[in-house]
Structures are given as C-alpha cells and as structure tokens.
Design a binder for this molecule. Structure first.
Ligand code: SAM
Length: 212
C-alpha cells in the first residue's frame, strides 16, 4: 500500500527505517516511533541520508499514541510478536491511519525456531506459537477485515546460514556455557533450526478522518 504523493507515513517500531524509507517517494514526511532511543537515532540518520522530513516519538506504543499525528499510511513491521496486549496496540494503529495499516510479521514466531534445541539440551518444551494465524484471528475478531498475503522472507540473517556464527548465537539463545560449543555445533549440523522463511503481510483500512 503506497501513500499518496506528498503523503505521510507513521512507522511504529521503526528501528532503522527499513519499513518506511522505501515509501519515500511518494511519501514526503515520516514519523518514526520506537521504544529505543538508539534506534530512533539510526532512523533520523537514515531519513537525513534520503533528505526526507521526519519526526520521531520515543516510547512504547500504544502508550505514546496520543503524541502521534495521524498519517496516510501506518506501517508496523517485525514488532507485533513483541506486544503482550495486542488489541489496544492494533486499535491505536488503526485510528492513526487515514488510508491503511500495514503490519508484517514472519508466519511463525522467530524464537520458536529454537524449540527443538530447548527440548534436546534442557528437556524443556517451548511453545510453537504465537503465529501469524493468531494475529489473523485477532484482526477478524476485531472486525478489521484484513487482507493477508504470504510471501517469501527476504535475505536470512548471516548467522542462519553460517555455522561459525550460528554456534555463538545458539549458545546465547539456549543459555549454554561456551564449554558445550563442540556438542552444540555437532547437534546443529544435524538439526538446523527451522528459521521462519515466510512473511505475512496484513493490510486493513484506517479509521482516521480524511480531510475533504
Ligand atoms: C525487529 S525491530 C524492527 C524494526 C523495523 N520495523 C524493521 O522492520 O526493520 C523492532 C523494533 O520495534 C521496537 N519496538 C518493539 N515494541 C515496541 C513498542 N511496543 N512500541 C514502540 N517500539 C517498539 C524495538 O525497539 C525495535 O526497534
């Protein structure tokens, strides 16, 4: 969903701007919201590089939603799995969008890729959800009538394909000591974590008033 020419984009959980910067143009103003001040600094730098007007709001959505202006399009990518109370989060996205809200998440929770390893190393059964199907069910129950498209995930993180960097990442994720690196490497060689390979892209109409 593209904003109109000269339009505005509100990017919730903006990080370094990967989701909203590609919308410039046609957008000519970005508003980035993030709980991390360091990520907002990156966002400002990235926006300055492309020379687009930007504003930032530091804080957690939806708590800071009252400070945010409405925008033509609201985007929120790779954030929803991090949100405990998802319904007010989604309502606040919706009432800040004049045209549409676009939410993107992997089809499965990124941490569920480590569930087989948790079972093996700790005997702990970890959840295999939530998934994008759960988000779809919530949106339908809210009456938001989302369009959903499932696509291939972009380039994987380097550690997902490089065994030398996978081991230290896996050690941290699994809370294992470095002395077990050999055993961990051997196990991972035969049991590649099922990292998400698909993205779910949800779109639904915003409810903010469109000026006439
Ligand atoms: C995985 S990054 C995604 C960044 C960007 N949207 C992207 O797609 O590259 C998630 C970002 O959302 C921020 N975040 C997570 N929950 C948030 C919330 N409730 N309110 C505001 N920011 C949040 C984090 O600080 C982080 O910068």
């Amino acid at each position: 969903m593209l904003p109109p020419t000269g339009g505005t984009v509100l990017d919730v959980g903006c990080g370094g701007g990967r989701s909203s910067l590609p919308l410039v143009p046609p957008a000519n103003e970005l508003i980035g919201v993030d709980a991390s001040g360091a990520m907002l600094d990156e966002y400002v730098e990235a926006a300055s590089r492309v020379g687009v007007a930007r504003r930032t709001i530091h804080g957690t959505w939806p708590e800071v939603a009252v400070q945010a202006p409405v925008a033509d399009v609201v985007v929120c990518h790779h954030v929803a799995f991090n949100v405990a109370d998802i319904v007010p989060f989604l309502w606040a996205l919706t009432d800040h969008a004049r045209l549409a809200v676009v939410v993107e998440i992997p089809t499965m929770h990124p941490m569920s890729a480590w569930a087989p390893a948790w079972q093996h190393f700790w005997g702990v059964t970890r959840p295999d959800g939530p998934t994008s199907d759960d988000l779809l069910a919530v949106l339908i129950e809210m009456g938001l009538d989302p369009e959903l498209s499932i696509g291939a995930r972009g380039r994987p993180s380097a550690y997902e394909t490089d065994p030398s960097t996978l081991v230290p990442v896996a050690r941290r994720r699994l809370c294992l000591p470095a002395e077990r690196d050999g055993e961990l490497a051997e196990w991972l060689a035969g049991h590649a974590p099922p990292f998400p390979d698909k993205m779910a892209n949800f779109r639904w109409p915003g409810s903010a008033e469109i000026p006439r």
